[in-house]
Design a protein around this ligand. Structure first.
Ligand SMILES: [Zn+2]
Length: 64
């Protein structure tokens, strides 16, 4: 399992990214739940999970 920390380039939210190469995910994309910027597009060949760990400091954006 691979672990990475990802930061949204737009709003600064922090995410923990988990990648399981043995699993199979679904095609699609993961968008920042705060500002809806696409953080990653999935090809479906592996399972990727994101978890929000740092709330952005920018005001005026909906947090969810
Ligand atoms: Zn964002």
């Amino acid at each position: 399992m691979k672990k990475d920390d990802v930061t949204c380039p737009r709003c600064g939210a922090g995410f923990r990214r988990l990648e399981l190469s043995s699993g199979s995910g679904s095609k699609g994309e993961y968008r920042c739940p705060v500002c809806e910027t696409t953080l990653e597009q999935f090809g479906g060949d592996k399972l990727v999970a994101y978890r929000l760990t740092i709330q952005p400091s920018i005001r005026g954006l909906k947090t969810g």
